[in-house]
Design a protein around this ligand. Structure first.
Ligand SMILES: [Zn+2]
Ligand SMILES: [Zn+2]
Length: 428
């Protein structure tokens, strides 16, 4: 079990008198008062870094806090540990014979689930476990007709990357308000390939991370494949064999890892399965200069370019290389942005006067719509900045629909600006 200290509960006789110490003498900031009627307590939270001190004053003589003070005097009443999965934590404790107050989690403040461990098991300390409320991403396919084209946003499950790396020079107190990190400082991300259908056929733009992961990397990146691209394509009624083209924005594993898979029929007796193209009838459209970079990685990008994701495609003779910006299929146009990688490109989907932009790692999530919120992974961040400034200005002024490939909650939306402040109006 992994846990972080959420807060320490302190039983006090008089909250205002306690504030004279915690707020006035120590100079700590204090949150607005709260009253928990069911517990018959008044509470004030005093944040200290990633944790907090919770001052608790009884509002009735039969309150647990009143009884505690009567018996033991004011002081530390409980500690609360924040866990990712409270049911798994309780199961682990039960298995080890730990005495619990709550066998089952119960609802706590702000939608959290909580459960108490008996003080006799915790050497005299009342320990509360807490699983904070977490919105569940909606991973169902999203359809949109776009002029003469049809778009389907699909997904390849979830994963996590270091929050600091995702926001570059932006300090954590700013980005953690948009997306709370887990106990390993990682934030949750989606992988959302886009299917474009036209009279010319069916294309998938990027294809997620795929399933070639060993246990160590699955743990590091927290791949959650409960729902992945196979499910998503099935839900969308799109058989993998019906895909005619697979277009790469760039060849990083979280964008094109899903382009190949192990062929299970070759696994027996050969010491390992052969890697084969994932979409059996597709041509794979790859920018030649991106291919060259991926084939010659350096120390800074080696972890992102995994040869197994793309070399088997060339071996199978299914890659169509192209050199420059331009229209790859009617209504689908690629434009090199650089910045993230030397050859990173975005995809414009243009039909009947409507423009959508699949921005890949240029604007990976809705939290990245500020110009300077740029990933630490980017090899050429000043190039990212220049392109972002132009592209977001255009997107706001001309109402371009923006696709956010890594956002776990928003597949696409319009960037709006009011009084200099930006937000995203969700469409998909
Ligand atoms: Zn990338
Ligand atoms: Zn990415």
């Amino acid at each position: 079990m992994k846990a972080v200290l959420d807060h320490i509960g302190v039983a006090v006789r008089d909250i205002d008198a306690a504030l004279a110490f915690y707020r006035d003498a120590l100079g700590l900031e204090v949150e607005a008062p709260e009253e928990v009627l069911s517990q018959r307590v008044r509470a004030r939270f005093v944040p200290v870094g990633q944790s907090a001190i919770e001052l608790l004053e009884a509002t009735a003589p039969d309150s647990a806090i009143a009884k505690y003070i009567e018996k033991r005097g004011p002081g530390i009443h409980h500690i609360t540990l924040r866990v990712d999965d409270i049911r798994a934590a309780l199961a682990q404790l039960t298995q080890r014979g730990v005495r619990l107050v709550d066998e089952e989690p119960r609802p706590g403040a702000e939608g959290a689930l909580v459960a108490f461990i008996h003080p006799s098991a915790a050497h005299g300390v009342l320990v509360e476990l807490k699983e904070p409320a977490r919105p569940r991403p909606d991973l169902s396919p999203k359809r949109l007709s776009w002029g003469n084209l049809r778009l389907i946003s699909v997904n390849d499950g979830l994963f996590r990357l270091d929050g600091g790396a995702m926001f570059g020079v932006v300090p954590r107190p700013l980005w953690e308000k948009k997306t709370a990190p887990d106990d390993r400082n990682r934030i949750q991300l989606g992988m959302r390939p886009l299917i474009v259908e036209g009279a010319w056929g069916r294309m998938i733009v990027d294809c997620g991370a795929g399933d070639k992961w060993d246990a160590k990397l699955t743990d590091i990146y927290a791949f959650d494949r409960t729902r992945h691209l196979d499910h998503s394509l099935a839900d969308a009624g799109v058989p993998a064999a019906s895909i005619d083209f697979a277009l790469a924005t760039h060849l990083h594993f979280d964008h094109f890892g899903g382009a190949t898979r192990r062929d299970p029929s070759t696994a027996l007796g050969t010491g390992g399965a052969t890697l084969v193209p994932r979409f059996t009838n597709a041509r794979y459209l790859i920018r030649s200069a991106e291919w060259d970079d991926a084939m010659h990685p350096h120390e800074r990008n080696r972890a992102s370019y995994l040869q197994d994701d793309f070399v088997p495609l060339k071996d199978a003779g299914v890659v169509d290389f192209y050199e420059d910006d331009g229209v790859v299929k009617p209504g689908v146009r690629v434009e090199r942005t650089g910045g993230h990688t030397g050859q990173h490109q975005i995809v414009y989907i243009e039909s009947a006067g409507k423009t959508a932009v699949f921005t890949a790692d240029l604007i990976p999530t809705t939290a990245h719509i500020q110009d300077a919120w740029i990933m630490g992974y980017d090899l050429f961040p000043m190039q990212t900045l220049a392109v972002k400034k132009r592209l977001i200005r255009e997107a706001i002024d001309r109402e371009h629909l923006i696709f956010f490939e890594h956002d776990p909650f928003v597949a696409a939306g319009y960037i709006r600006e009011k009084d200099g402040r930006r937000h995203v109006e969700q469409v998909l």
